[in-house]
Write a protein of this length. Sequence first.
Length: 212
Amino acid sequence: MTPAGRIAFGSIFILFGIFPMLAAFDIGPLGVKDINGPPWLGIAAGGIFVAGGLAVMLQKTPLAQVLSLLILVGLAAIGNWIGFGVGERICTSNFDLFGYTGEHSGLACRIPFGFGAIVMDAILIYVLMTTLQKLLGGPPQLARLLKLAEWGIWISLLPILLPVLLFLIGKSALDASITRIRTGEWPRNEAFIARQKRKGLLRKMPGNSKPD
């Protein structure tokens, strides 16, 4: 993208972000009543767009990295307030799975945003550790913290990854059982076996009378 294109594209983001930020101060076409929460939410939501627009304009500069970090801070702040903040929460969803559509309140609203907030917090900590490591020349202490931050991301994603993993394992076991019932033999990944035999990892396979 050309410099002029980055400026035009970034300006659109900034324009979208200005309105909710002004709404926090009851200025402009939107007001505090339109925020549906404390005024700082308008600043955070608008700041995400403003920081994103400036990051596009200042691409490949140290300031763009700082702006990217601010975007994560804004997203994490909004998610944590919805998921764990004090007060009533009402959300509208178009997620058409298991009938999860329409307007929801209480835990039905908090749980999805709370999960997203935990994931965003883990990503934010990881990005912060990465940025500090670059600025400070990669001290060993931060390297260990960076590894902990990586594990934090994986742990935060477990509610999604674990069901997917169990589904894949269950599907593989079901397919293998169906093949066993139909053919009387368990399925074999011949390509994988051939690769391992070429590497010398499998000297003798069931059914072979002679070693390779």
